[in-house]
Design a protein around this ligand. Structure first.
Ligand SMILES: NC(=O)c1ccc[n+]([C@@H]2O[C@H](COP(=O)([O-])OP(=O)(O)OC[C@H]3O[C@@H](n4cnc5c(N)ncnc54)[C@H](O)[C@@H]3O)[C@@H](O)[C@H]2O)c1
Length: 255
């Protein structure tokens, strides 16, 4: 974490990270805490989230505020955003990171599965933005960073519901950027390549699969969650004051 530049405008900023308890989200939570931001994160992974709060409490003066809420439940999401704003002030930086990259066969998908998949991979990103945007408009500034994925650009075939949602995240990013720019609010997206989270390593990573991916990357190392922090801090900070409606690929030059 110490290798990241310090962005003075992030100190004291009220930051909300969705899915901030594990994986890339946990690295982002730490990255913003390390900048001196007031960080809240929403997650359903209770044990891991509480462990993260404890770990960060041992490393930094400030601890992040864990909100245990299911982002597929819009009322619960709104309440969590309200709680975060009450604790830290209106959210000025929203990181829409939570997702669920479940694999599925085409004939195994029914309406309920499809809706749940979109609810955790796409829908919540709109409703968290909706919940924070009035505060940003009032402040005449704000930054939203949405996590999409390179998977939808690669024609990966074993998760069409997820890749549909991740393509939708780009549409959402551009639509919100167009709507909110006049209020000084920037909306961008990050498209990670294959990132070696504990979940990926447990469920999907094989030696052959990783070798193939690294073979496609310009940079010949397995990408780590911490490597998503720098791009996200940059897009969230005033250093990116001229940048909105963009998708930043953080994929080691795979695409
Ligand atoms: N890891 C990768 O290789 C990779 C690649 C491309 C894009 N991405 C994207 O980056 C982001 C982070 O990836 P990750 O691999 O760390 O994600 P992940 O699948 O490990 O999950 C992110 C977090 O969201 C939480 N979450 C899931 N469902 C939730 C719900 N209903 N309510 C609240 N929280 C919920 C999880 O508990 C977890 O902490 C995602 O948007 C993902 O699509 C990841």
């Amino acid at each position: 974490m110490s290798s990241h530049p310090v962005y003075p405008d992030l100190a004291g900023a009220s930051v909300l990270v969705t899915g901030g308890g594990t994986g890339i989200g946990a690295a982002l939570t730490e990255g913003f805490v390390a900048q001196g931001a007031r960080v809240a994160f929403i997650d359903v992974a209770e044990a891991q989230s509480r462990a993260l709060v404890d770990t960060l409490g041992g490393r930094y003066d400030a601890i992040p505020y864990f909100l245990n809420a299911d982002l597929t439940d819009i009322a619960a999401l709104r309440k969590a955003v309200e709680d975060a704003a009450r604790a830290h002030g209106p959210i000025s930086i929203l990181i829409n990171n939570a997702a669920w990259d479940d694999r599925h066969e085409i004939d195994a998908v029914d309406g309920a599965y499809w809706d749940r998949n979109q609810a955790i991979n796409l829908r919540h990103a709109f409703f968290t933005a909706q919940a924070v945007v009035d505060g940003m408009i009032e402040a005449r500034k704000g930054a939203i960073v949405n996590f999409t994925s390179t998977s939808y650009m690669l024609n990966i075939g074993d998760m069409p519901a997820y890749t549909t949602a991740k393509a939708g995240i780009v549409g959402l990013t551009k639509g919100l950027a167009g709507k909110l720019g006049k209020h000084g609010i920037r909306v961008n997206a990050i498209a990670p390549g294959w990132i070696m989270t504990e979940r990926q390593k447990k469920l999907w990573v094989t030696d052959e699969g990783l070798e193939e991916m690294i073979g496609r990357q310009c940079l010949k190392h397995a990408l780590q969650p911490e490597e998503m922090v720098g791009p996200c801090l940059f897009l969230a900070s005033n250093a990116a004051s001229a940048i909105t409606a963009q998708v930043l690929l953080a994929d080691g030059g795979m695409l």
